[in-house]
Design a protein around this ligand. Structure first.
Ligand SMILES: Cc1ncc(COP(=O)(O)O)c(C=O)c1O
Length: 406
């Protein structure tokens, strides 16, 4: 779809998601018994509705994500549970909703067992285990090992099983998620850790979850991971557990990034082209208020220039791409540690558009109103038609709820 059409209708900055790409990625994972979408990656209710209609279940990490899942039509009470609350704490809203809707909980801290046991004795839970190691595309997305706050430490599993038993909670499954954007080598190590943990937990285990973490190619030359070997490893683990327990064990996977990252584009307009010393800057109307991954992790996103005049033969030049915010770190071409780097992009002038690609995961959901910038619009392209799935925030929205005391 021509960018000029999208910009004319929706303005910039705008997130655009390609539905067919999401469905292709869902298709890649069909061999797992359950695909559970980690909606933290992109939680617009239109995306959740799409997942639901294609048989993908959902994970929620907060009361807000539970509300989103319910609004998108997921219902509680089914088996396997359509909504699973996975977190390291219950805040008051979350535990209230879990009890009200009878939601399944994947417990990430021993305290949660006592808290749930007090208000919902007799229910079934799964335990998220921190296997003692982790990995991620950045240290900030590593969710395993002793520096991670996530999950029940692996040596405390037996104590947690006793706690659950004390409250009459049934431990029906185990879950391990060691980080986001992992390599397959680390992900593969989780199978052995899962098998050990499941043998400790015993025959009550009827489901295992491989968590998320599947990487996608962001940089030129990176290729998609081959999922055959990964599935086979998990399937073999599942089969050994089935043999040991004498009953079926459901195999879940819980990706966020893999399902949505490549479907998403952030459209922005170039509003200034300026030289400072040796650096030529393209300054956009989108900043880290719209896409925080570069400033947070030094994350690399592919970018392309869409010239307003359609000229596809512009010469390439080295540029730094930044945003509008009053903050030096508001740079899309930076490496971890905040080092500004240059990117080869076509020559551009004010009014041309710049598209930041692979922005569907951990993009819009990490937006902020910093510098009083309204949140961007979101658009879903379905069968060639562009549908607005979130209106751009208005300036009235920006101040909603604020008041000046008498
Ligand atoms: C519990 C849990 N499951 C799944 C995910 C999804 O991870 P990813 O988007 O890397 O697949 C996360 C994110 O870190 C998570 O914390």
């Amino acid at each position: 779809m021509p960018i000029s059409h999208l910009v004319e209708r929706f303005g910039t900055p705008t997130y655009v998601y390609d539905e067919s790409k999401i469905l292709d990625c869902v298709g890649d994972l069909r061999r797992f018994d359950v695909i559970r979408y980690a909606q933290k990656a992109c939680s617009n209710i239109a995306i959740l509705d799409l997942m639901r209609r294609h048989g993908v279940l959902v994970d929620a990490v907060s009361a807000g994500e539970i509300h989103r899942a319910l609004t998108a039509g997921y219902t509680a009470g089914s088996q396997p549970p359509a909504i699973v609350y996975t977190a390291d704490i219950f805040d008051h809203d979350a535990i209230r909703l879990v009890v009200e809707y009878g939601l399944h909980v994947n417990v990430g801290s021993p305290d949660m067992i006592d808290q749930l046991g007090e208000v919902a004795p007799g229910t079934n839970i799964t335990l998220r285990i921190n296997p003692g190691f982790g990995h991620g595309h950045s240290q900030k997305t590593n969710t395993g090992g002793e520096h991670s706050k996530h999950g029940i430490w692996h040596t405390q599993l037996e104590e947690c099983l006793r706690r659950a038993d004390h409250h009459g909670l049934g431990v029906t499954g185990l879950h391990m998620h060691i980080g986001s954007g992992c390599d397959l080598e680390h992900l593969a190590q989780v199978c052995a850790a899962m098998e050990n943990a499941a043998m400790t937990a015993g025959r009550g285990v009827v489901s295992i979850s491989a968590g998320g973490g599947l990487p996608i190619p962001y940089r030129p030359g990176e290729t998609r991971v081959g999922l055959d070997g990964y599935f086979q490893l998990w399937d073999a683990t599942r089969q050994r557990l089935e043999n040991a327990f004498g009953h079926a064990v459901t195999l879940e996977i819980e990706p966020g990034r893999y399902l949505v990252a490549e479907s998403g584009y952030l459209l922005a307009e170039i509003r200034a082209v300026k030289q400072t010393g040796d650096n030529l800057f393209y300054l956009l109307d989108a900043g880290f208020n719209n896409l925080a991954r570069p400033i947070l992790y030094g994350a690399y996103h592919p970018m392309s220039v869409a010239p307003r005049d359609g000229d596809a033969r512009r010469r390439l030049q080295d540029v730094v791409v930044g945003g509008p915010l009053c903050e030096s770190g508001d740079i899309f071409t930076q490496e971890e540690g905040g080092y500004v780097v240059r990117r080869q992009l076509p020559a551009a002038t004010v009014g041309d558009w710049l598209v930041i690609e692979c922005a569907g995961a951990y993009g819009f959901v990490m937006s902020s109103n910093y510098n009083a910038k309204p949140l961007a619009a979101e658009v879903l392209v379905r069968q060639g038609a562009a549908n607005l799935i979130r209106a751009r925030q208005t300036y009235a929205d920006l101040m909603r709820g604020e008041c000046i005391p008498e």
